[in-house]
Design a protein around this ligand. Structure first.
Ligand code: HEC
Length: 376
């Protein structure tokens, strides 16, 4: 008897449960039919937007460029200034803090997708972006200028030589053809050539001279912008007389414009970012303050005898990436060097080791003229 009651009671409960489950299930199905579709679309849209995140091992949040195509809010207007009124400026939902387009060359011939863009804002926050099919990249994150920007693609890495004061990379006067040119990352590796000669200053003194110390720094870090007819600055820094122009250099004076422009502690020191080396700053400063006065009164000696068989090495993160030896005329060529920052070392028995940081550009790679001092 007790068993029967229990059994009946159980069946009753199970039946009720069944009905309830059926009802709930039915409601859910019809709910999903109507609403589920849209919400899952919304979900996949959001998901797609952060698609690049995993590849990027992002320290901060990552946003890829939009997926493009599909919705009417896809990526569009490649090459135009995103941060202009009526577009992605102002306080609206579609406000961008940084936006731009990256190409294969400065003329903007072809857009490049899959390029990584790393932005460090003035507070040190890092944002990593990936360019989409149209070459566009953008973020809505709140960031503060100036920005340090590096772009990289398949092991090639290029750092913007100066800090960007604004997030609108394609704004007029910035990365448009005719001004700074398009943002691009070149897939052609360029040759780096040069000659190595003996220092003409008799004996290896600790004197700093234009030929043996200063020219190579300026060639490596400055003349890509500073050459006559240069698109970015019309103040050339390619020869001794250009560099020691009285506007730039007052022999013996630490107040020379060339020093002030490189002094990171001065607001005027906007060129520090291109130099970015305290030892090179000290060299240039000492050259002007201590040595240049003597140099300009004595004749600028021409470079000495060619040094053959000198070892030339370019290394990155402590590893030698390119190496060669100078020929009988002291000339060398390092073939197809990828853009990026390197340490250049040149050595030869009987001479002091020559070492400097070298920024390999994607264009305007000047031939280096290096002099080695004899060991005493
Ligand atoms: C990315 C391009 C670029 C590079 C690289 C660069 N400069 Fe400049 N430089 C400029 C521009 C643009 C100006 C003018 C705006 C300014 O003064 O900030 C300028 C101005 C100067 C001036 C002031 C010229 C004058 O007559 O007012 C000096 C001096 C100078 N740069 C030195 C250097 C030195 C030294 C280096 C290398 C360590 C260097 N620059 C690297 C673009 C560059």
């Amino acid at each position: 008897m007790r068993n029967l009651i229990t059994k009946g009671f159980l069946e009753y409960i199970i039946c009720l449960l069944g009905i309830t489950i059926f009802l709930i299930g039915g409601t859910r199905v019809s709910f999903a039919d109507k609403v589920g579709d849209e919400s899952s679309k919304e979900f996949s849209k959001r998901y797609d937007n952060s698609g690049g995140a995993k590849e990027d091992d992002g320290e901060e949040g990552v946003e890829g460029g939009g997926e493009g195509g599909e919705g009417d809010e896809g990526s569009h207007n490649a090459g135009r200034n995103c941060l202009t009124s009526g577009c992605h400026s102002g306080s609206g939902e579609e406000h961008f803090s940084i936006g731009g387009t990256i190409y294969t060359d400065a003329d903007g011939t072809d857009a490049m997708s899959g390029v990584k863009i790393k932005v460090i804002d003035t507070n040190g926050s890092i944002i990593k972006l990936t360019s989409d099919q149209l070459g566009n990249f953008y973020t809505q994150k709140s960031v503060s200028a100036p920005f340090t920007i590096t772009v990289s693609y398949q092991g090639r890495k290029v750092k913007m030589p100066t800090k960007a004061s604004d997030g609108g990379c394609n704004a007029s006067g910035c990365h448009v053809a005719g001004s700074a040119g398009r943002i691009f990352i070149n897939t052609n590796d360029l040759d780096l050539s040069g000659t190595v000669t003996e220092s003409s200053s008799d004996g290896g003194t600790s004197e700093i001279s234009y030929n043996s110390d200063i020219k190579s720094i300026l060639d490596a870090k400055c003349i890509s912008c500073h050459q006559s007819g240069g698109v970015k600055s019309d103040v050339p820094l390619t020869t001794y007389s250009e560099v020691t122009n009285s506007r730039l250099v007052t022999p013996g004076s630490a107040d020379s414009l060339l020093i002030r422009k490189l002094n990171k502690d001065l607001s005027e020191g906007t060129m520090w970012n291109n130099l970015n080396s305290t030892s090179e700053y000290d060299k240039i400063k000492n050259w002007i303050v201590v040595y240049n006065a003597q140099e300009s009164s004595s004749s600028q000696g021409s470079a000495g005898a060619a040094i053959s068989g000198a070892k030339v090495r370019l290394s990155q993160y402590g590893r030698i990436k390119y190496r060669t030896t100078t020929d009988s005329t002291g000339a060398f060529v390092l073939g197809k060097v990828k853009a990026g920052e390197y340490t250049l070392k040149i050595s030869k028995k009987g001479y002091k080791l020559y070492t400097q940081t070298y920024q390999m550009n994607q264009s305007n790679v000047a031939s280096l003229e290096i002099t080695l001092d004899k060991k005493q």
